[in-house]
Design a protein around this ligand. Structure first.
Ligand code: SF4
Length: 367
């Protein structure tokens, strides 16, 4: 078919320097990547690799693993080698594990300036080791672990305090000629977080890793992350994202992907355009939408499927979609590219939609 124009976005990306996390580029020349973090003990190598495989399958681009002990550090070489996606070691408190993670072949290391007290003295050695191994760094500032001096100066973790911590640490790396780092300034309050990233974006061309920290359980965390990331991404700010949920990490990846897809920052895949239902509905729209969604989960092609409770907006929405149903009188009119191809009894709507979706997907894939 005709090559189609790229879908519109709300703003051009903010221009940043470009870094690499293993083979994945992070910066304005690369697509925005989605990250998550394993929840298994890093010492349990098999369980960790299993979870990384699940994350990879769900569309995760980069994975972070915690490294709180020498045993965890000892597990890193195998994990880094066998993971299908680049591994970032997450280090707090102990600079020696930064060196261990770099030597283990991790793609990147996350350091928290607030939690590594003796860290500043060792930036030179860390920068050298990272340079020697082609490892990048994330300077990960977190509201919950801000340096005591900054807490005292600002009273609490204000955007200014978070940014001052990050900029100070960035200047140390840069003094030693090291530029392959990205920065995060996370806060659990989306308003503070957005203000911090906006301020940081003005102060340098560093690639930025977005995150609302401790965002909460799935529902609240999804909304906090979506609103905060949406505010920043709609201004072009943000180069890699991590949604933090008190839920399995695969859920974080699904949410992250959906945020990017919603803003046309990642190609859309399956999209269910279903109506909220109302007093006119002649079918149980919730169940229908849920069954269609689960029947089509994992589809790799961009397919818009309209599920409409009645014929008021049904034909209109179905025309815009690749596939759709408008229900009425115990039947479903099945639309393909705006044409009614058949009318089926209500109990056959789901299977018919799934059949047609598979057929369209095959056609798209063979195109
Ligand atoms: Fe109501 Fe019909 Fe619109 Fe669904 S499509 S919200 S049932 S009017």
């Amino acid at each position: 078919g005709m090559p189609s124009a790229p879908p519109p976005v709300l703003a051009p990306r903010r221009k940043t320097r470009q870094i690499k996390v293993g083979p994945v580029g992070v910066g304005s020349d690369s697509p925005i990547s989605v990250q998550s973090m394993t929840t298994t003990p890093t010492t349990d190598i098999n369980a960790t690799l299993q979870q990384i495989a699940e994350l990879t399958a769900s569309g995760c681009d980069i994975v972070r693993v915690a490294c709180p002990s020498a045993d965890d550090a000892a597990a890193l070489p195998i994990i880094a080698k066998k993971s299908q996606i680049p591994v970032i070691a997450d280090i707090h408190f102990q600079p020696k594990y930064v060196f261990a993670a770099i030597e283990a072949g991790c793609a990147a290391v996350r350091v928290n300036p607030g939690n590594i007290r003796k860290f500043d003295d060792q930036v030179k050695e860390i920068a050298q080791a990272a340079k020697d191994h082609g490892t990048s760094i994330r300077i990960g500032v977190n509201a919950g672990s801000l340096e005591p001096g900054l807490l005292k100066k600002y009273g609490k973790a204000t955007p200014e305090a978070l940014v001052e911590s990050a900029v100070w640490e960035a200047s140390l790396f840069e003094e030693h000629g090291f530029h392959d780092f990205k920065i995060s300034v996370k806060h659990n309050d989306p308003v503070v977080m957005v203000a911090a990233y906006e301020m940081l974006a003005e102060k340098g061309d560093w690639p930025l890793h977005l995150g609302v920290t401790e965002a909460g359980p799935a529902f609240q965390g999804t909304i906090k992350s979506a609103t905060a990331f949406g505010a920043l991404l709609s201004k072009g700010i943000g180069d890699t994202i991590r949604v933090s949920l008190s839920a399995p990490p695969v859920e974080e990846v699904k949410v992250g992907n959906q945020i990017l897809q919603s803003l046309n920052l990642r190609p859309r895949k399956l999209e269910i355009v279903s109506c909220p239902s109302c007093g006119r509905a002649q079918v149980d729209v919730y169940t229908l939408a849920e069954q269609v969604t689960s029947g089509l989960e994992g589809m790799e092609v961009p397919l818009r499927v309209a599920v409409m409770g009645c014929v008021v907006n049904g034909p209109g929405e179905a025309r815009e979609a690749d596939l759709g149903v408008a229900s009425g009188n115990g039947k479903g009119q099945i639309f393909v590219k705006g044409q009614v191809i058949k009318t089926v009894p209500e109990h056959e709507i789901v299977e018919t939609l799934i059949e047609e979706a598979m057929r369209i997907a095959e056609e798209m894939e063979s195109d």
